[in-house]
Design a binder for this molecule. Structure first.
Ligand code: PLP
Length: 385
């Protein structure tokens, strides 16, 4: 029997598989690898959240919730955004619980874009941004940020890419892969640019609690009327497998996102929403302990790389460093491949995140300190330092 010979979706076929996955799969076939490759917390989900989910399952939280998600969870999220940042969304119709930030991003793009609409995607950036724009019928317009300017969202660089078809700018702060956290002044300037050209700002703030130089600055402080705030539980609360996130946006857009969600996902997993609510209520100390630990690793690892001549600005957020490997004369793919096969340390080549990531590699420090120390020794041996 043969499958139908009709063509598959051209849009989907044109998107290459994720470069991270390729490396991860290779590393998994090898013994004794220290993986700095995955963007996933190495802590367990706080026990109070797991216990709440167990209890919820025992008491029947196995059904759909409302399409928008449990109202109590939406209220906890919108109250928290108001308390921490002074940003006010209505829980009833401006906040939607999604299956991770991934779904929130997909919904926002599908609700916003018409075929041919352009979305500016400053890079290096999270690998899903450009494919998701394309899946939604839009045209991703990558814009290279300057590594020598700490990958700042420089409004001059972004402004130069705006055309009459530009609909939105999509970015993350703190950033995956660079760990850079954008300043309030740059976000203010970006808001002014968006107002001038009537653009939406899709702001991925999944790492908002993982900041090390003071409190995170959300985009919505500067432009609430045109910001789509994407947030979630995967990273801050070590809940990647639970699949819970949220998207907050002005009501007309939020309503359209709910419309897609009610026909596609229906709701985020019920028991996971209960766990997320409990995490928000009772796991703040766990989060603080995780952040303190990441902070120690971040300082040790970026200093260690710097001392090896792999220039590494100390990142302001997330759990990634993005050192320059230019001093080795290798491309980022050669470096990552050589390091994995010769010294069994998995990192991700920077060009996977966009051409301006070339000359860098992404290392995740969501790995215990002794392993990071050992990784530094292996990297030193690899580059002959
Ligand atoms: N956004 C960024 C910047 C990420 O790094 C990731 C995961 O690595 C995601 C979104 C996906 O998040 P979620 O697990 O909430 O779907």
């Amino acid at each position: 029997m043969t499958a139908p010979r009709r063509p598959f979706s051209r849009v989907v076929e044109a998107i290459p598989p994720s470069g991270i996955r390729k490396f991860f799969d290779l590393a998994q076939t090898m013994q004794g690898v220290i993986s700095l490759g995955v963007g996933e917390p190495d802590f367990p989900t706080p026990w109070s959240a797991r216990e709440a989910a167990i209890h919820a399952l025992e008491h029947g939280a196995t059904t759909y919730t409302s399409n928008s998600g449990l109202l109590e969870l939406r209220e906890a999220i919108t109250d928290d955004l108001a308390d921490r940042y002074g940003v006010r969304y209505r829980a009833e119709d401006e906040c939607l619980i999604t299956s991770g930030v991934s779904e929130g991003l997909d919904l926002a793009l599908r609700a916003l874009l018409n075929p041919g609409d352009e979305v500016i995607v400053p890079e290096p950036c999270y690998v899903a941004y450009q494919p998701c724009v394309a899946f939604a019928g839009g045209v991703p317009v990558p814009v290279a940020l300057d590594p020598d300017d700490a990958y700042r969202l420089d409004p001059a660089i972004i402004g130069a890419a705006i055309t009459e078809n530009t609909k939105a700018i999509l970015f993350g702060s703190p950033s995956n892969p660079t760990g850079s956290a954008q300043s309030a002044a740059d976000l203010e300037a970006l808001a002014a640019l968006a107002r001038e050209h009537d653009l939406w700002l899709l702001s991925d703030e999944i790492y908002d609690r993982l900041t090390y130089h003071g409190v995170h600055t959300p985009m919505a402080v500067s432009a609430p009327e045109r910001t789509v705030l994407l947030g979630g539980f995967s990273k801050s609360y070590a809940m990647t497998g639970w699949r819970v996130g949220h998207v907050c946006a002005p009501e007309p857009l939020a309503r359209l996102m709910v419309r897609i969600h009610q026909y596609t996902m229906l709701c985020a997993p019920h028991m996971s929403q209960v766990a997320a609510l409990e995490a928000m209520r009772t796991a703040q100390e766990d989060v603080e302990e995780m952040v303190a630990d990441y902070d120690r690793r971040r300082r040790l690892f970026s200093k260690g790389l710097d001392e090896l001549g792999l220039t590494c600005p100390v990142p302001g957020g997330a759990f990634y460093v993005f050192p320059s490997i230019r001093s080795t004369g290798m491309t980022s793919a050669q470096f990552a491949e050589g390091l994995l096969t010769q010294e069994k340390v998995a990192v991700v080549p920077g060009d996977v995140f966009g051409p301006s990531g070339e000359g860098h590699v992404r290392c995740s420090y969501a790995t215990a300190l002794p392993q990071l120390e050992q990784a530094l020794e292996r990297i030193a041996r690899f580059i002959g330092s």
